[in-house]
Design a protein around this ligand. Structure first.
Ligand SMILES: NC(=O)c1ccc[n+]([C@@H]2O[C@H](COP(=O)([O-])OP(=O)(O)OC[C@H]3O[C@@H](n4cnc5c(N)ncnc54)[C@H](OP(=O)(O)O)[C@@H]3O)[C@@H](O)[C@H]2O)c1
Length: 305
């Protein structure tokens, strides 16, 4: 598996991250087979959150991988905190408690990366800084990042933090590509020009923050998978045509499209199907041409001004 550097950290990580939000759908042997396949593919970066399956996803994963000191050294673990029932909570107390919970469920004594899951309107950056300092000095968390945050929110946090923000996890797929289309349509009077994110993609590139696209196969907000969907006939036709050319599946091309972007993004895939996982990993070896990338973009319905 090709690797990339995560932000400006020392971490060298696989180009594709394995999301574990849906691992709760697998039985014990299915989960074991899934993580085994991931490791065989070199996909040893696993994305978690304290809330996935109300905590059970972290537990199922730790059991499936047979967590021990030896295996722990071979994998990179990321988890998230800050979403609670009916609220977001970036208080020092909650961050510290949430990390302790994740460590316990994951059967480890450290996270390689901790992300703040969704912006908390009541965030007090100084409190987050205190929490991060304690987590860093105790060795419980090695690196820090955010998720679903815009440039101003990141700058506000960073002003108080003593550690760099190295990753920002954001929704991005071929069919949910506003963060790309608004940069192509600057100052135009069309919907694609609407800048919903404060130019977060360019901000992350400027500041060495790795964008981790989540839900790379979904349209809408968990609306369904665009591959094979009759909502996107032209897109599927184009992806199938390019897949045939490279002798890979449409799944591979959907991820290759994200990887072709020069921001060196790390897509977080959510499949629990070992064969599809392998297809996703194949994307790391494919470099779409500029023309193919734009053909797919346009086939998804985006227009060039
Ligand atoms: N930071 C955030 O706010 C946030 C939000 C959501 C998710 N995430 C992270 O992102 C990860 C991925 O999210 P996601 O699961 O929504 O992403 P996804 O990869 O877009 O969707 C995966 C789902 O699509 C299905 N699928 C059907 N056909 C597929 C195909 N041809 N190729 C791939 N998948 C296909 C999969 O089913 P099969 O299992 O049968 O393949 C699975 O249920 C999560 O695990 C989580 O770690 C983060």
């Amino acid at each position: 598996m090709r690797t990339i550097k995560l932000g400006n950290s020392m971490l060298e990580v696989p180009a594709i991250a394995v999301g574990c939000m849906r691992i709760v759908s697998l039985n014990k042997s299915g989960a074991e087979n899934f993580v085994k396949t991931a490791l065989e593919e070199g996909a040893n970066f696993f994305d978690h959150a304290d809330i996935y399956g109300k905590g059970t996803c972290e537990e199922i994963f730790a059991d499936a991988i047979h967590m021990n000191d030896d295996i722990r050294e071979k994998i990179i673990l990321q988890s998230k905190c800050g979403i609670r029932n009916g609220m977001y909570d970036f208080s020092k107390q909650h961050i510290l408690e949430a990390v302790n919970g994740s460590l316990k469920r994951l059967k480890t004594d450290y996270l390689d990366v901790l992300l703040l899951h969704r912006p908390d309107a009541l965030v007090e950056p100084e409190e987050v800084a205190e929490a991060f300092d304690l987590l860093k000095s105790s060795g419980k968390v090695h690196n820090f990042g955010v998720s679903n945050q815009n440039p101003m929110q990141i700058q506000l946090l960073q002003k108080s933090l003593n550690q760099p923000i190295i990753a920002n996890q954001l929704q991005l797929s071929i069919t949910n590509a506003n963060m790309i289309s608004n940069g192509i349509n600057v100052n135009m009077e069309n919907d694609a020009a609407i800048n919903r994110d404060g130019s977060v993609l360019d901000f992350c590139r400027l500041n060495n923050i790795t964008v981790q696209p989540w839900s790379p196969f979904q349209y809408g907000f968990f609306g369904g998978v665009f591959l094979g969907s009759d909502k996107y006939p032209l897109l599927n036709q184009k992806i199938d045509e390019i897949a045939k050319k490279y002798n890979v599946t449409n799944t591979t091309i959907a991820i290759a499209w994200i990887l072709r972007h020069p921001a060196h993004m790390q897509p977080v895939i959510g499949t629990m199907n070992p064969d599809r996982l392998k297809d996703c990993c194949k994307a790391a070896d494919i470099n779409l041409t500029r023309q193919e990338w734009y053909e797919i973009y346009r086939a998804a319905g985006y227009k060039l001004p």
